[in-house]
Design a binder for this molecule. Structure first.
Ligand code: SAH
Ligand code: SF4
Length: 384
């Protein structure tokens, strides 16, 4: 059964003429694929069935060539091959952490690179995907935010971050992929349409078939897009909260100057009802002496009163040149206790993949890292 949305008005914006050069099937929503097939000569009456067939081949069976689509006539396969391609980004390197976390470097068009992190756990496997190359926001504790080069990923590139069927089989057996978090590089709500389309593809019951409750989108607080996220994606929401006063949040998450805490909380309050999801995850990075006092914990509890919430405490992950330190373990535990005693779950996130720079906020394209270190070397030389 298909869980994809009925054809919506976005179809109207797509001309029935194929663009120059072959169109990539990966990343087209069902309505977009239908229109593209019709533009390529598929009779309208057959279009729905063809969409279903091609969809299953691409997303359920992982087929990458039209020749393998054996329930389509040979002539039709040839027509498809003339107008379309099935391409996903190339994985250029795989790094495995001592704790089993894997980091994939994926190359997308234009030679850009994004990092995808897979976190295996006993009862589940989480894929942490990126929505942009770099990030236009400049949260002061985040490595990604220091990357200059930024471009939005297309819906196809976002879906392309999923491992190929069969990937990872071998001595450890096939890996379980049960959850997806949009917590890699970039601010997903600054690339709303592409993220939405990619998630619709992932949630489609005839393909990747991921439940919307197993997708968590993390935002730094792009308030005007939060209601739309509930209505058009309906996934779980996480918010990079990180501070309990506007003064401190302005320095940590500068988007707060545009949409301050009170506005953000209003949007969050409305989210569970709009999206019919249970609770919001508040992410809170623990920075020594900056946001980790008992008073902060008590303020946090007061601020979120009435919002069904879980507070995820993230020990700060260091990166070269970072201006902060991780809070002491006893401090993190004391902070967690105050929140827990107020009735909220307050798990402390175990840092994963730190040795391969795959932990939260450590991601940054390798090319960019190389560029930066060259610049740093040049600077060192210049300053004698
Ligand atoms: N741009 C989105 C999603 C990506 S960041 C957002 O900001 O929500 C995923 C999470 O990692 C966010 O909560 C972010 O604040 C956090 N993070 C960033 N840098 C970090 C660091 N150095 N240590 C720990 N967490 C970090
Ligand atoms: Fe961008 Fe999120 Fe990093 Fe802030 S924390 S700079 S929004 S990726």
């Amino acid at each position: 059964m298909s869980t994809s949305a009925p054809i919506t008005q976005d179809v109207l914006t797509i001309p029935r003429k194929l663009p120059e050069g072959p169109t990539n099937i990966v990343g087209l929503t069902r309505p977009q694929l239908r229109e593209a097939l019709i533009a390529a000569g598929t009779p309208e009456k057959q279009a729905k069935m063809r969409v279903n067939q091609i969809w299953q081949w691409v997303y359920h069976w992982g087929v990458r060539s039209f020749d393998e689509m054996t329930n389509l006539a040979k002539a039709y396969r040839a027509t498809l091959a003339e107008h379309f391609v099935i391409v996903i980004p190339e994985v250029v390197s795989r790094t495995v952490s001592t704790d089993g976390t894997r980091k994939y470097l994926v190359r997308i068009a234009g030679g850009h690179e994004v990092e995808v992190v897979y976190i295996p756990e006993t009862d589940r496997g989480t894929l942490c995907i990126s929505s942009q190359v770099g990030c236009t926001l400049t949260c002061s504790f985040c490595h990604t935010g220091t990357q200059k080069l930024v471009r939005n990923l297309t819906a196809g590139e976002i879906v392309g971050e999923w491992p190929e069927p069969g990937e990872g089989t071998g001595e450890n057996g096939p890996r379980l992929l049960s959850n997806v978090v949009l917590m890699g590089m970039g601010e997903p709500l600054y690339n709303f349409e592409n993220v939405r389309d990619a998630m619709k593809i992932a949630m489609d019951g005839e393909g990747i078939s991921l439940s919307r409750r197993r997708i968590t989108l993390s935002t730094s607080g792009v308030v005007p897009e939060i209601a739309r996220t509930a209505e058009e994606i309906g996934c779980m929401l996480a918010v990079s909260f990180h501070a309990t006063t506007d003064e401190v949040r302005n320095t940590l998450v500068p988007i707060n100057k545009r949409w301050p805490i009170a506005d953000l909380l209003d949007a969050l309050r409305a989210y569970p009802k709009l999206s019919n999801s249970e609770r919001i995850t508040f992410e809170y990075v623990m920075l020594k002496g900056v946001n980790d006092s008992d008073a902060d914990a008590r303020r946090l509890v007061k601020l979120i009163k009435g919002i069904p919430a879980k507070i995820n405490l993230i020990p700060f992950n260091e990166w070269p040149g970072a201006p902060y330190e991780r809070s002491d373990w006893t401090r993190i535990e004391a902070f967690a206790d105050i929140i827990y005693n107020a009735g909220y779950a307050s798990p402390i996130r175990t840092p994963r993949g730190e040795d391969i720079m795959a932990a939260c906020g450590q991601l940054k394209s390798a090319t960019e890292r190389a560029r930066k270190s060259r610049a740093q070397i040049a600077q060192e030389i210049a300053s004698g």
